[in-house]
Design a protein around this ligand. Structure first.
Ligand code: SAM
Length: 277
């Protein structure tokens, strides 16, 4: 007998994969947590029934959410990650020689523990006592209220805008992010599917544009996420995201990101341009 696991991605669409084994289930103060071993995606983290990351395609998401903003900043030293409990983003952030501190504020300690145990190739930077990494278990929304002109780059590696992640998609949060960044700082957030989350994308683009002089969206192909095409939104105080040439910068070994992708990811199809007009 084969078990199948479905994420209900919209009210009328699901993504289903065959499961070899359920490795972990638990319930924290914030959400239901599961790690399963699937036929299609390998081991994957599921929170409240939503597929978060898989060993099959995690490299795309984590390289794109980390390297694109870090290369836009000429010298990112102090970096904050909000969420990112699986550790994939911090793994990529610490690869940059310029980064001195990679602080991570994740609300759910049980997510971190489950990933340390069952997804070690993703959570590696949390397991190896990396001197750059500072992990704090706490609410990213609260953390943002307390910081001022501290960070060069903030990466919001959050779950969907429901449950503990809801407040990470609001005007008030973006205002706090702006205050927490230095005068030439920038931030990036994973902003869901341009096919299935159009209302959300319109709203957050308006909010970010009202607070940051430069707002830009970029795309990556991620099979695990709804529609396969995933978008990320940048709010920048000074640096123009699509005018960066990374040739000659430090070479980092990657499987998806490269100098051409750094530029071409900002090229948007017409329907996405219309969405964020
Ligand atoms: N790559 C994933 C995606 O796009 O679905 C996101 C992965 S990461 C596991 C998301 C993390 O954000 C979760 O571990 C969740 O606990 C965390 N999170 C949600 N709300 C948060 C908050 N208010 N403060 C800090 N972390 C939060």
């Amino acid at each position: 007998m084969h078990l199948w696991c479905t994420e209900k991605q919209t009210h009328s669409l699901g993504l289903t994969t065959r499961i070899k084994e359920t490795l972990y289930t638990g319930t924290s103060e914030f959400q239901n947590i599961a790690v399963v071993d699937s036929m299609q995606f390998g081991r994957m983290l599921i929170l409240d029934g939503v597929f978060q990351t898989s060993v099959f395609d995690e490299f795309v998401y984590h390289e794109m959410i980390a390297h694109v903003p870090l290369y836009i900043h000429p010298n990112p030293r102090n970096v904050l990650i909000i969420g990112g409990g699986d550790g994939g983003t911090v793994r990529e952030v610490v690869k940059h020689d310029s980064v001195e501190i990679a602080e991570m504020v994740e609300i759910d300690g049980m997510v971190v523990e489950a990933c340390q145990k069952y997804l070690p190739e993703i959570s590696i930077a949390l397991n190896e006592n990396n001197p750059k990494v500072r992990l704090k278990i706490g609410d990213g929304i609260q953390h943002m209220k307390e910081a001022e002109k501290k960070y060069d780059v903030i990466i919001v590696d959050c779950s969907d805008p429901i449950g503990p992640g809801e407040g990470l998609f609001t005007h008030d949060f973006y205002k706090d992010v702006s205050r927490a960044l230095k005068d030439d700082g920038l931030f990036v957030q994973q902003t869901e599917s341009p096919y299935y989350h159009q209302e959300l994308i319109r709203r957050l683009t308006k909010d970010i544009s009202s607070l940051f002089p430069i707002t830009k969206m970029y795309l990556a192909n991620i099979p695990l996420y709804p529609g396969g095409l995933h978008c990320f939104t940048i709010g920048s105080k000074q640096y123009y995201p699509d005018k960066v040439d990374i040739k000659g910068r430090q070479k980092i070994t990657t499987r998806y990101h490269n100098a051409e992708i750094q530029k071409s990811c900002f090229v948007l199809p017409n329907f996405v341009q219309d969405l964020i007009k």
